[in-house]
Design a protein around this ligand. Structure first.
Ligand SMILES: [Zn+2]
Length: 429
């Protein structure tokens, strides 16, 4: 089948994307937090669109919505696996209309088109709209894909609450989801809607997403084939010295916590630059105490966020960094406490799926590069369990999680084309 013969309707995808953007709390931008009215309306709209396109629609107990094209050569209930493609429907506060929603709109459009053009596939393929990925309303992320991949067992629903004190369970019930039972009672990728053992039921997970960075735009390229999603280490650090008079304490007799933190962070930047791409190191928050202009800071609290696509490099960097921090603290007579707050492993994307995406890009005459994702995505949860792949389209100015988030219709259409071709190859050949 030549590339020209397979072309999903980009107009329908763009229309769906605009429709989804309208399901938002008041602006600026799009705000669609988990289990809010806007969220419910969006998932309902996706269900209806899937049904109109002839997909078999169902949802699971956390509100993930699936649209299935059953394979004629498959008996999914008997153990054959599903090719899954999609992304997340939730947004950050005042985010853009492409993050997450694009991957869903493209998946739904591609499946609707393939069904209409080629009829039922040989192998079962399913579009998914995950309930949550961003962690914007409740203090946990990947609630949708984490439910499918076993990251969560459901006990979180009772003990996790939003800032207003509403628990996940209450929020689910308020938007009409069935009473939240024990894990495995209604989450099904595999065949029947009561099936458990979800991860084993997935043949592949493919996610189309905006880059949320500036690499593709800077290089003037249409597409990014993701080779890995970075692993992350985050830590909160407390550095204690002694607060004292800014006028009467000679420089040689100070235990200035902020001067120590400044030396640490300048050192961290140097180490990171030396390590080179794709290593990134950030301190996004720093507070000084007592925080008074004429008092030497006696205490500083700050965060670090370190990312790289290879576990060994990430480990080595963090080991070296925290050893340097300890040495600086000791030399300055400061007390250092380090509390790790997040540790995720890098997720390698499937080699064969990457090669297929790259070949399709070449065949379609699209410019592309292989790249690392510095942001987390649903695909990273699937990568340890089944072949997973991600494809990026450019983000204008590298801007995301903001109302200014933008990707041109042509670039969005190019991503849809490649996704559709890959799904055709996987499901129909
Ligand atoms: Zn996203």
């Amino acid at each position: 089948m030549s590339a020209a013969a397979i072309q999903a309707p980009a107009g329908a995808m763009l229309k769906l994307l605009e429709e989804l953007a309208a399901f938002s709390a008041p602006g600026p931008g799009v705000t669609r937090l988990l289990y809010t009215q806007e969220w419910c309306a969006a998932q309902r709209h996706i269900s209806e669109t899937m049904a109109e396109l002839g997909l078999d629609v169902r949802s699971d107990r956390v509100g993930n919505v699936y649209g299935r094209l059953a394979g004629t050569a498959d008996d999914v209930g008997a153990g054959d696996k599903v090719i899954l493609t999609g992304s997340h429907i939730d947004t950050v506060r005042c985010g853009g209309k492409y993050d997450g929603a694009y991957g869903i709109a493209a998946a739904v459009t591609a499946l609707g088109y393939l069904r209409q053009r080629f009829g039922p596939p040989l192998r079962t393929v399913e579009a998914v709209s995950f309930s949550e990925e961003e962690g914007s309303r409740f203090p946990l992320a990947f609630w949708g894909s984490g439910h499918v991949t076993g990251l969560y067992n459901g006990s979180e629903a009772e003990r996790t609450a939003d800032p207003a004190g509403v628990t996940l369970r209450q929020a689910m019930e308020a938007c009409g989801l069935p009473p939240f039972g024990p894990a495995g009672s209604g989450d099904a990728i595999s065949g029947s809607s009561a099936g458990a053992g979800v991860p084993s039921g997935i043949a592949a997970y493919i996610e189309l997403h905006i880059e949320q960075g500036i690499v593709l735009e800077e290089a003037g390229l249409s597409l990014g084939v993701v080779e890995a999603i970075v692993g992350q280490r985050r830590a909160e650090l407390i550095l204690r010295g002694s607060a004292n008079h800014a006028g009467t304490t000679p420089m040689g007799l100070r235990r200035d916590a902020l001067a120590g933190a400044a030396e640490m962070l300048a050192g961290m930047e140097g180490l990171a630059v030396t390590a080179g791409d794709p290593l990134v190191a950030t301190s996004g928050r720093l507070e000084t105490f007592p925080g008074t202009p004429n008092v030497i800071p006696g205490e500083v609290r700050f965060t670090v966020d370190i990312r790289h696509s290879e576990s060994a490099v990430l480990e080595d960097f963090c080991t070296r960094l925290f050893a340097d921090f300890a040495a600086i603290a000791a030399r300055r007579g400061l007390e250092l406490q380090v509390k790790e707050t997040l540790s995720t492993s890098p997720a390698a994307m499937d080699h064969q799926l990457r090669r297929s995406l790259e070949r399709i890009c070449r065949e379609q005459g699209r410019s592309w590069r292989s790249m690392v994702s510095g942001a987390g995505h649903d695909a990273q949860l699937f990568a340890p369990l089944c072949p997973a792949a991600m494809l990026f389209v450019p983000s204008r100015g590298g801007i995301s999680h903001a109302p200014e988030e933008y990707t041109s219709p042509e670039e969005l259409a190019a991503g849809l084309d490649i996704l559709t071709m890959l799904l055709y190859e996987l499901a129909y050949r």
